[in-house]
Structure formats: C-alpha cells, structure tokens
Ligand binder design. Structure first.
Ligand SMILES: CC(C)C[C@H](C(=O)NO)C(=O)N[C@@H](CC(=O)O)C(=O)NCc1ccccc1
Ligand SMILES: [Zn+2]
Length: 168
C-alpha cells in the first residue's frame, strides 16, 4: 500500500465545524497526529496556507469528490491513502455532530450526542498514512466507531503493528 516517502508530513485545517470551538478542533487533530507520530519516525507540521500533504476539511453531501456524504449517521468521514493531490486528504461529514466529549452510553445515544472528533480523526489519519481497516475488534482501524474514554487513549497493538509495518 502507498506510504509517504518522507518523514516530514504537513497538514492544513481548511475549515472548521460549527459544532466545536476552533481550539478544540485543533487540539483534537493535533492529538490524533501525536498518536501516530509516537510510534513512527513521522513528524507532522501544521501549515496555514498553500498545499499541505494532508488537507483536512468538513463538508456535507457532495463536496467535490466521488464520495458524497450521506447526512447524519452512516459514513462519518473518509480519507485518501498517501499520494499527490487529494492523496492523504481527510474529509469529515458536517452533518454529524462533532464533539470533544466521549460517553459510555450506548452506541445509539452516542449517535445522538455526537462523535468524538479526536477518535474519528485518529482513524481517518490512519487511512491518510496508508492503513486499511482492521478486523481486530477494539483496534482504532476497526471499521465501526465505538465510543471509548479518550482521556488517555492508547493505540491497540494491531494499529501499532500495522503502522510500523509501513513506517517502522
Ligand atoms: C466506507 C468508508 C467510507 C466508511 C467510513 C470510514 O471507514 N472512513 O474511514 C466511515 O465513516 N465508517 C463509519 C462506520 C460505517 O460507516 O459503517 C465510521 O464509524 N468510521 C469512523 C471510525 C471508525 C472506527 C473508529 C473510529 C472512527
Ligand atoms: Zn475507515
């Protein structure tokens, strides 16, 4: 699978969701990158203009690529594997309610309260780095979102093995 052929990868936050404070969006994204940089030689640098490797945006329905979003629920976000242009970019569905909180409540209540941006971003950035979905329940790259306590979130060994197979 494609990987970034460099250790220094840039990212840019193109726009913000109205669901959260901008500082909380920036913190969630930065923490999601830190998860992956902590187990690889990769360094992530935020840039504020021009073309970054990983362009991060919020959008609803049709948003200029072949994968339109589907309103509340369902697909929450998608990201492209490493490459030029749209490669590496991560799109978040603005029709979801984005939050910095996580609850232990059942999945359906989470769907109502919102999705934790840090958790979803961490998953999407896994794709942006070249990871596919995992079949290991509890892994970050498992295909289905599960609300978990994000205060001291740790990558599952399967996620670490996967990313170190690409960048170890
Ligand atoms: C086929 C793709 C486009 C589905 C899409 C996804 O996997 N994006 O990376 C997605 O939004 N998946 C949903 C689940 C679904 O649509 O059935 C999801 O919860 N993804 C976010 C996620 C998954 C696992 C952990 C954290 C976040
Ligand atoms: Zn995914």
């Amino acid at each position: 699978s494609p990987t970034w052929m460099k250790e220094d990868v840039t990212y840019r936050i193109l726009n913000y969701t109205p669901d959260m404070l901008q500082a909380d969006v920036e913190e969630a994204i930065a923490r999601a990158f830190q998860l992956w940089s902590s187990v690889t030689p990769l360094r992530f640098t935020r840039v504020y203009s021009g073309q970054a490797d990983i362009m991060i945006s919020f959008a609803a329905r049709f948003h200029g690529d072949f994968y339109s979003f589907d309103g509340p629920g369902g697909t929450l976000a998608h990201a492209y594997p490493p490459g030029s242009g749209i490669g590496g970019d991560a799109h978040f569905d603005e029709d979801e309610n984005w939050t910095k909180f996580t609850t232990y409540s059942v999945f359906v209540l989470c769907a109502f309260l919102g999705y934790n941006l840090f958790l979803v971003a961490a998953h999407e950035l896994g794709h942006s780095l070249g990871l596919s979905h995992s079949n290991v329940f509890g892994a970050l790259m498992y295909p289905i979102y599960m609300a978990v306590d994000t205060r001291n979130y740790q990558l599952h060994q399967d996620d670490i093995d996967g990313i170190q197979a690409l960048y170890g």
